[in-house]
Design a protein around this ligand. Sequence first.
Ligand code: MSP
Length: 512
Amino acid sequence: MDKNFYITTPIYYPSAKPHMGHAYSSILADFFARFMRIQGYDVHFLTGTDEHGQKIQRAAEKENKDPQLFCDEISKIFSDLSKTLNLSNNDFIRTTEKRHKESVTHLWNILEKKKEIYLSKYSGWYSVSDEAFYNEDELEEKNSIKVSKMSGSPVEWVEEESYFFKLSKWQEPLLKFYADNPNFIMPESRKNEVISFVKSGLKDLSVSRKSFSWGIKVPSNNEHVIYVWLDALTNYLSALNYPNKDNELYKNFWPASLHLIGKDILRFHAVYWPAFLLAADIIPPLRVYGHGWILSNDEKMSKSKGNILDPVQIIKKYGIDPLRYYLIKEVSFGNDGSISKDKLESCINSDLANNFGNLCQRVVAFISKNLNMKIPSSHSFNDDDKKVLNIYKENSTNLINFIENQDINSYMNFIQERLFSANKYFNDQEPWNKKKDVQRLDTIIYVSLELIRKLSILLYPVIPDSSLKVLKMFNITEKNIDFKSISNHDFLKASSDINKISILFKKIENND
Ligand code: MSP
């Protein structure tokens, strides 16, 4: 079995500071990367910034800054955010890097050589904010301004000489590709949208611009810069040292296992990207997953509404793990989800502090008082014990399948049920009343510790810092977490010492 896994986030526009939507894409990708690593996969996890194009050029002009300098500053904020979000990315790519420009130039040359690109003239609508061309039927008037129906962004009329990619020629091959690879686009509802868009007819795509200069030059014609989406999408290859196909990164990690993106950029990833790749004889990625949007108090975030959620502020107040937990568990993956102070606080209190945190603290406090901070020396499982333990073994394959199908909700439901069940087990078994039956008391504690260990492993991709704090009790470090070990009920070594743990989550007492 191929044990390599290549996962990517979208590369973010450094046109403004990151917001919660960016944090969401990144945290979810990190969740998958971490889960695959503890399953023994060699994971390559890529994120970065998308720095060319008119949107960035204009944003830099507005601040009277050189675009490169402007990008350097904001890209740094994004790469700092990766650390704040505790992302385990292996690389951070910037499209202004030499390695990237070389890849894009190479890909362009191949497409030109294969006669997939020709020179003509573009006249039509363009949204600088989306960096996208729109047909008339994709637009509507709002307050006498023409905007995209999909994104609401204003469009402007563009008429200029442009190179075109023969997208129309790829309509049938794309439909065949979707049919042959039914899991290429996920979730299912989004796949249908894409297929009907392709079926409705593809026009050739303008892939160069002449009216501004901030981009990678068309190699054969320096008056043009390459369309920013052709430039940006290629980051997934340039980070693997494409065009050097003999290098280890490319050999091990292409085709990408999963491009995780927001639903608004599905067309670029599920239509244009595989078409460019098929045209260049490169295998398309295995899957593109379009997640939903994060709403702020149920509304779309926007500068004018003043409801843009800053992940850094939220993390300062609540910590990174609570935010990660909230976004992974409370947002139904694939759909839009809302975040508000009240919901986040109640999630921290009920799931993290009262459920997981409480379980750990109670069990450890009991061991500290009665067992001298040692794992019990012997145990003998009765039916109650086997029942709570076996569920992990019985569901181990299901859990892997959930993640392989990006069914995070089922994965999180399982954890939630197990957390309740572990607390209930500890309550019902009443170890504090078993002091005269040492064998039983020891077994209850051993089972409780095993449950804590298994739950911490399942929670590691979600709340890595907190999970590692708990696993440290058993001297389990990040490098030796093994997902398979959730099926082993005798993992913990009898009589060994347990390390102390600090408070995991603080309950939020007031509502101000
Ligand atoms: N630069 C392009 C992506 C190029 S990938 C080859 C881009 N950048 S972006 O900064 O505008 O958006 C990056 C990601 O953030 C997209 O996946 C987008 O869907 C996501 N989000 C932006 N706002 C969002 C929310 N409010 N909620 C969730 N994600 C959203 O597009």
